[in-house]
Design a protein around this ligand. Structure first.
Ligand code: SF4
Length: 431
C-alpha cells in the first residue's frame, strides 16, 4: 500500500477544546475501522498550518477536525480560510462543538466542508467510516453540508448517545482530563446553550462502574488528581437531574475514592463540575465534604435579583443562594459564587439587588466570580438588545477585586460580548 492509499486525521487540539477532543479521540481510537488511521494532533495554529499540507501530500485524504465555542469563532474562521486558500483538494474540514451546533449554516459559509450538529462521538465515527469506505454522506444523521447542486443539506438529528459507550479520555493517546459524569441539563436558563442543543438537554448519567474504569486507567498512567464534568454535580444519578439522589451520589463518591487510592485526590463541586444553589444544603455539603479534596465549592448564583432570576428561568431563588453559602461554609468549604452581569433585560434595580446580595455574601465569607453575559446562538437571549455594564456596577466590582473578594474576566468579556453580538446579528449567510 502506498502512502497515497492511506487516510489521515488531523485534530486542532487547542487548549479550550481539549475535553471535547479527548472524548472524540476516545471514541475513535479503538474503532475497528478507524484505529489504524494515523491521527495528528496540533496544539497551535502555526503547527497546524505548517504540517497539514505535507500530510495531505502523503494521504489519500485528510479529515481535519475542529471543535469550537462562539468565543473562538474569529480564530477558527481565520484558520479555515487559510486552509482553503492552500487549495489542496484532499483536505476535508469538519466542524463541531457548541458554535457549529448553534449556527451550522453560518459555519458552512465560513468554509467548512461538513458541520456536525450535536454530540460528536458517533457522528465523527460515521463521517470517517463513510469517507474511508467511499459511501454517501447523505446517510449520516446530524451533519450539514453543501450537496452536489450547491444547496445546504442537513440530515435528521441523531438520538442522544449513551455515555457509557464513549469514554471522556483517550487512553491509547494518553490524553486525560475531567471525566464527564452527567451530560445535559433539565433547566432552561435563557443565556445558556446546553438546553437548546438538541440531545444535550436530555439528562444522562455515566455509570459509577464506567467512571471508575476511567479513573483506573488514569491512575495506571500516573495521575493522582481526578476531576469531573457536570452541569450540576450534586444532581448525579437523579432521574430528573434536578434533585440530590443521596444513595447514588454516595455510591459514586465511595467508589471513586476507593478507585483513586490513598494518594488520589477527588475534585467534585469545583470547576468543571459546579453545583446549583438549591441543592447545596447542610445534608448535601456534609456528604460531599466527607469524600472530596476540593476546598472550594463553586455555586452558580448568577443574580441577586428575584425578578431577573425568574426572567432567566433559573428555577432557584435569592434565598437559596444565602442558604447554600451558609451550608457550604458550615461544612468547611470556601464558597465561590458565580454572578452574571449584562443579561439582556437587566435593569438598574436588578443591579442594586445583586450588589447588595454580593456585599452580604462577601461578608459571610464567600468569594465572587464575576462574568459578563456573552450572547450564544440558539439561546432565547441571543436576539435581544445587549446592554453595557452599569458604571456603578463596574466601580463596585473593581473595589471588591481590590479587596481580593472578587475575580473574573468580566471587563474583557464585555468587549468580547459586543463583538460577538455584532457578528451573530449580522445576516451573512447567502444560502
Ligand atoms: S443550570 Fe447551568 S447548565 Fe443548566 S441551563 Fe442553567 S446555566 Fe445551563
Amino acid at each position: 500500500m502506498s502512502k497515497k492509499d492511506t487516510y489521515s486525521i488531523v485534530f486542532y487540539y487547542n487548549k479550550p477544546n481539549r475535553n471535547s477532543f479527548n472524548a472524540l479521540l476516545g471514541a475513535i481510537e479503538n474503532h475497528p475501522v478507524i484505529h489504524k488511521i494515523p491521527i495528528f494532533l496540533f496544539t497551535t495554529k502555526e503547527e497546524l498550518l505548517t504540517h497539514i499540507g505535507s500530510i495531505a501530500v502523503n494521504s489519500k485524504a485528510v479529515i481535519a477536525c475542529f471543535s469550537f465555542f462562539t468565543t473562538q469563532v474569529f480564530e477558527i474562521e481565520g484558520l479555515v480560510t487559510h486552509i482553503k486558500k492552500m487549495a489542496i483538494d484532499n483536505i476535508i474540514t469538519v466542524a463541531g462543538g457548541a458554535h457549529p451546533t448553534g449556527v451550522p449554516v453560518d459555519v458552512l459559509y465560513m468554509g467548512f466542508d461538513l458541520v456536525v450538529s450535536g454530540e460528536g462521538e458517533e457522528i465523527l465515527i460515521n463521517i470517517i467510516k463513510t469517507i474511508v469506505e467511499e459511501e454517501s454522506l447523505e446517510d449520516i444523521p446530524g451533519i450539514w453540508y453543501i450537496n452536489e447542486c450547491g444547496e445546504v443539506s442537513s440530515n435528521k438529528q441523531r438520538s442522544p448517545i449513551i455515555l457509557d459507550r464513549y469514554p471522556s479520555i483517550a487512553e491509547r493517546h494518553r490524553l486525560f482530563g475531567p471525566i464527564e459524569i452527567t451530560r445535559g441539563c433539565p433547566h432552561s436558563c435563557t443565556f445558556c446553550q446546553i438546553p437548546y442543543m438538541g440531545g444535550n438537554g436530555t439528562v444522562r448519567h455515566r455509570s459509577v462502574g464506567n467512571i471508575c474504569v476511567q479513573i483506573e486507567s488514569m491512575r495506571k498512567a500516573g495521575l493522582k488528581d481526578f476531576t469531573f464534568v457536570s452541569p450540576n454535580a450534586l444532581s448525579y444519578g437523579s432521574e430528573d437531574g434536578k434533585s440530590v439522589a443521596y444513595e447514588t451520589l454516595e455510591h459514586l463518591l465511595t467508589e471513586v475514592k476507593k478507585t483513586a487510592g490513598e494518594s488520589g485526590n477527588i475534585f467534585l463541586g469545583s470547576f468543571p463540575s459546579e453545583v446549583r444553589p438549591e441543592l447545596v444544603t447542610h445534608e448535601s455539603c456534609a456528604l460531599l465534604s466527607s469524600y472530596v479534596d476540593n476546598k472550594k465549592l463553586v455555586i452558580g448564583a448568577q443574580s441577586g435579583s428575584e425578578r431577573l432570576l425568574k426572567c432567566c428561568r433559573r428555577n432557584h431563588t435569592v434565598s437559596d443562594i444565602y442558604t447554600a453559602t451558609e451550608a457550604a461554609i458550615s461544612a468547611g468549604f470556601e464558597p465561590q459564587l458565580d454572578f452574571l452581569f449584562c443579561v439582556p433585560g437587566e435593569t438598574e434595580k436588578d443591579n442594586e439587588h445583586s450588589m447588595k446580595v454580593i456585599g452580604e455574601l462577601v461578608q459571610m465569607g464567600a468569594t465572587i466570580h464575576a462574568h459578563t453575559y456573552i450572547p450564544l446562538p440558539c439561546t432565547p437571549n441571543a436576539d435581544e438588545q445587549l446592554p453595557y455594564i452599569n458604571p456603578k456596577v463596574k466601580q463596585f466590582l473593581r473595589s471588591l477585586t481590590g479587596k481580593g473578594s472578587l475575580y473574573g474576566q468580566w471587563e474583557t468579556q464585555e468587549a468580547e460580548a459586543h463583538t460577538i453580538d455584532h457578528y451573530l446579528k449580522k445576516k451573512q449567510c447567502p444560502f
